[in-house]
Design a binder for this molecule. Structure first.
Ligand SMILES: NC(=O)c1ccc[n+]([C@@H]2O[C@H](COP(=O)([O-])OP(=O)(O)OC[C@H]3O[C@@H](n4cnc5c(N)ncnc54)[C@H](OP(=O)(O)O)[C@@H]3O)[C@@H](O)[C@H]2O)c1
Length: 308
């Protein structure tokens, strides 16, 4: 099995990790925005037509949740129109689209974990554009796997983990929202699970399709809030006492040791966010036999990666 694989969003958290986890499955072409700009859906579709990949992993997205409120057209083009056009190209060639979506397609009012078939109801522009993207892909007729994930972080890139550590180095007090619940998920864990899913699909591939398809939730096990996540980041970082001298930002001491919980109302943001975005991963487990570790274990492994 050697597949022609296209990864978009190669500079992003998931896209970066996918380049490593997908490498054993075939020939990987990893595209940054410079090479394949999803703000130009026809260009993106043309790129797919020319390369004729077996699998496209679309890790590119307009991910700035607050900014999307003032740039709805651009967010819609990147998150909905371009994935739909890529999907249409793959529908013609029989290729598989693996696409990432978000917990923010839900309104957060469900008191327990969301299942894939639960009613959607995005509270913000970003969530709406991601939902539109899901629907455009489903309508294209291509073979697809949509993976909805949440609270994504890594030790590189723009994310909550690095923001918390930066703030904790600069200030002696941190306040974080404690009424939004979710499952922090390490980009590497997502990329590793994606590679296993893609391999399983490739094994089942026949002239009629890829054996599997549909929407799946893919998040760490367990749940917390942004405040709980931030507190755990600080505690884990502090427990890694033996930072080598030359680790730059990672070795620097923290001033803030405790996180003060606040409510969403005390932290005004342009975009509203769901109070509960915990996703049930039952379907992922029953279909692929995959279960991501608890978020605390993932966080500890990610931070250990920064040390060594
Ligand atoms: N981050 C989260 O908490 C989270 C939660 C749930 C779901 N997701 C979903 O997971 C996927 C990956 O997220 P991530 O956290 O890895 O994102 P990320 O780190 O913010 O990276 C986004 C990637 O998309 C690229 N991109 C943005 N606009 C583009 C454009 N017009 N054309 C081409 N590429 C463009 C970025 O390129 P530049 O480097 O040039 O900006 C970057 O490579 C997305 O579908 C996202 O919606 C993320």
């Amino acid at each position: 099995m050697s597949l022609r694989i296209l990864i978009t969003g190669a500079t992003g958290q998931i896209g970066w990790q996918l380049q490593r986890t997908m490498a054993p499955l075939g020939e990987v072409t990893a595209c940054t925005r410079t090479r394949m700009d999803l703000a130009d859906p026809e260009l993106a579709a043309g790129f797919v037509r020319d390369l004729a990949p077996d699998i496209v992993l679309n890790a590119a997205a307009y991910t700035q949740v607050d900014k999307a409120e003032s740039e709805p057209d651009l967010a819609h083009t990147v998150n909905a129109v371009a994935p739909g056009r890529i999907a249409q190209e793959l529908a013609r060639t029989g290729g598989l689209l693996v696409h990432y979506s978000t917990d923010y397609v839900f309104d957060g009012r469900k008191p327990v974990a969301y299942e894939e078939e639960d009613a959607t109801g995005p509270l913000n522009v970003y969530g709406q554009t991601k939902l539109d993207g899901e629907q455009n892909i489903a309508a294209s007729g291509c073979a697809y796997i949509i993976l909805r994930t949440s609270f994504v972080y890594d030790i590189r890139g723009r994310n909550f983990l690095r923001t918390v550590l930066r703030l904790a180095r600069e200030r002696d007090e941190l306040t974080m929202v404690a009424d939004q619940h979710g499952s922090p998920t390490w980009a590497r864990a997502i990329a590793e699970a994606t590679a296993q899913i893609a391999a399983r699909c490739a094994q089942r591939r026949d002239p009629f399709g890829w054996g599997y398809g549909g929407t799946f939730h893919l998040t760490a096990a367990g749940q917390t809030t942004w405040a709980g996540f931030a507190q755990q980041i600080i505690e884990d970082y502090e427990s890694l006492a033996e930072w080598p001298a030359d680790t730059g930002e990672w070795g620097a001491p923290l001033l803030a040791k405790r996180v003060t919980p606040i409510s969403s109302d005390q932290f005004p943001a342009a975009a509203r966010r769901p109070r509960n975005s915990v996703l049930s991963n039952r379907k992922l487990e029953s279909t692929f036999g995959l279960r991501l570790p608890d978020w605390r274990l993932q966080l500890s492994l990610a931070l250990q990666d920064a040390v060594r």
